[in-house]
Design a protein around this ligand. Sequence first.
Ligand code: NAD
Ligand code: UGA
Length: 315
Amino acid sequence: MRTVVTGVAGFLGSHVAEALLARGHTVLGVDRRSPDLDETAARNLAGALERPGFRLVVADLNHTPLEPLLDEAVTVYHLAAVPGVRASWGPRFGAYVASNVLATRRVVAACARVRTPRLVFASSSSVYGTTTGLPSREDDPTLPASPYGMTKLAAERLCLAHAREADARTSVVALRYFTLYGPRQRPDMMISRVLRAALTGEPVRVYGDGTQRRDFTYVGDAVAATLAAGAVAARAEAVNVGGGAGVSLRELLDLAAEVTGRPVPVIDDVPQRGDVAVTCADLAKARDLLGHVPATGLAEGLARQWEHLTAAVTG
Ligand code: NAD
Ligand code: UGA
């Protein structure tokens, strides 16, 4: 079956593409980062590029004609975005709006025109923001605490509005991922930085008092939920994808020292704007709709990311 993965040169996109290829699907991957020019894209895409069922199109979703790319795809996994909570307050806000909102509008409109049966959209736990009541359920109010969260909520709402139209041909499952980690995690993210600190001895900055809690989700579990979302019966649904066992940053640091067998040097830093105190997913809907039950605990997932990091450095 033919599938399209946008953001394929990224952390999540490259894993989703590999999993689809392993299941015998063909994958047309789209990303504006070229593996010929960008080292991260080259590393992320190394596995997919070896597979005969994979084709890469290097293009910006805001500029390239989309219909020829999406035509005949059974499922479009729209994962491309400018991610990251903290940087979204800065001068790149326009880039967030362009990739997260305007490009998503182009993708969902093109899906409608070519009658793509299913669009899976990468939403985010950051749509909940500072809403009260934990764990977060999909029908809770949304109150994004950052410009990034606002763009993800706008894009999610846009996709779902298209899918709810009376004559809609494209159904949508929007997955609200909770802080993903694992091999190839983005270098700006906490676990990447913690493991790099263990490796190099260069301290990681802890923003605030380190009591923030995150429902860290192993990328392999998120990929399984993502592939399931491509196939389940649904018309217009938002679904949490969480790891099932949240920890504080302090607990994370202790666990990382244990897993790596090395000290993790830290520097205390000021709290960051838009950093929510706790994320915690209610996983009932994910279990019922997607069969999502997280299988990888944090110690095991950290060990895999550490193994991947040390292998990349030594070899
Ligand atoms: P990533 O930055 O590693 O990957 C995103 C990819 O999208 C990049 O390769 C980038 O080049 C591409 N891209 C961005 N704008 C584009 C455009 N206009 N045209 C073509 N390509 C474009 O990010 P990630 O961590 O893999 O996140 C993937 C998706 O999951 C994003 O939508 C993100 O918002 C969402 N998400 C991620 C997390 C997480 O913890 N990583 C959590 C919640 C949601
Ligand atoms: C992550 C992703 O970056 C977003 O793209 C995604 O949408 C979001 O998860 C989500 O779940 O929706 P975040 O939770 O901020 O955002 O993930 P990290 O960057 O790994 O940060 C986790 C915690 O560690 C935050 O409290 C952050 O302030 C803290 N942190 C991060 C530090 O203390 N120091 C650092 O150097 C980096």
